[in-house]
Design a protein around this ligand. Structure first.
Ligand code: AMP
Length: 280
């Protein structure tokens, strides 16, 4: 089935209103394109929840720092459309930057605290960019459900928080991380890895899994995270931004595992920054 692409909030709303009028439920799957199987599992997850699924592709400039890869972020809408159509996606919303950020646009959504931790500490302004664009997308679509990946675990918590705080009546669903057979989480940025870097990359998931197993077994959190960081560097990573065990609900630091927790990390391989997380 061909898939219709709409580029303005007005046409997006009209299509979704049409489905609503037929009594159909609608799901939204926001992405930045350069789609891989991880994104497609989100489409399938949405299809389990609702009658019609709309994907969005928008490389959001406000979540990239000037030093980051906005200009070179992989873009291939033709390929993405074919992948989405292959999954039976019903609609694609792919607006331009000028449509999303019109003349005089100044409004920002920020989450002090949650948005300043971990990823936020290393990428100042990142979650303000994410929260702003996701608020726009949720408000433009008015979907029943929106699906986001646990791959970006802090992002998922940020989006749950903003949906609650801003009374956005879209249910936020988290979907598990899809991995390569060697454990590397699928990511559009894996395309940047050289052959050598690609062979080192699975250590990230391996180390996170080991830390999770050990702290679950009662090992001391501080000692395990330090050992994990050292192991990543010994294994070939160039730099570790953070590797930490946090509350799965609030990302508050934890020293003992008494409630659900998550091990989260970001580390560099050459010019590529990989993030991953696992449940404790
Ligand atoms: P992105 O295009 O990278 O912004 O990601 C769009 C959505 O896909 C986000 O909700 C991500 O968390 C999710 N995602 C990215 N990689 C994966 C993966 N390997 N498994 C599941 N979901 C993913």
């Amino acid at each position: 089935m061909p898939i219709e692409t709409v580029r303005t909030p007005g046409t997006l709303r009209a299509r979704i209103a049409g489905w609503r009028a037929e009594g159909l439920t609608v799901g939204l799957v926001p992405t930045m394109g350069a789609l891989h199987d991880g994104h497609l599992t989100l489409i399938r997850r949405a299809q389990e929840e609702v009658d019609r699924v709309c994907a969005t592709i928008f490389v959001n400039p406000t979540q990239f720092a000037p030093s980051e890869d906005f200009a070179v972020y992989p873009r291939d809408e033709g390929r993405d459309v074919a992948l989405l159509a292959g999954e039976g996606t019903n609609l694609l919303f792919s607006p331009t930057v000028e449509t999303m950020y019109g003349p005089g646009h100044v409004t920002r959504v920020s989450l002090p605290g949650l948005g300043d931790e971990l990823e936020g500490a290393f990428r100042p302004g990142f979650f303000t960019g994410v929260a702003t664009v996701v608020t726009m997308l949720l408000s433009q679509a008015g979907a029943d459900v929106a699906v986001f990946g646990e791959k970006d675990y802090q992002q998922l918590l940020v989006i749950r928080r903003l949906a609650t705080d801003l009374h956005i009546p879209t249910r936020i669903v988290g979907a598990p991380t899809l991995r390569e057979s060697d454990g590397l989480a699928l990511s559009s940025r894996n395309a940047y890895l050289s052959k050598d870097e690609r062979s080192v990359a699975p250590a990230l998931h391996r180390v996170l899994s080991r830390v999770a197993l050990r702290v679950r077994g009662g090992a001391e959190v501080g000692a395990e995270t330090e050992a994990g960081k050292a192991e990543l560097v010994e294994g070939g990573f160039d730099k570790v931004d953070y590797l930490d065990v946090r509350s799965a609900d609030t990302l508050a630091p934890v020293s003992r595992i008494e409630t659900p927790a998550r091990v989260l990390a970001a580390a560099w391989l050459g010019k590529t920054r990989l993030i991953d997380n696992v449940e404790v």
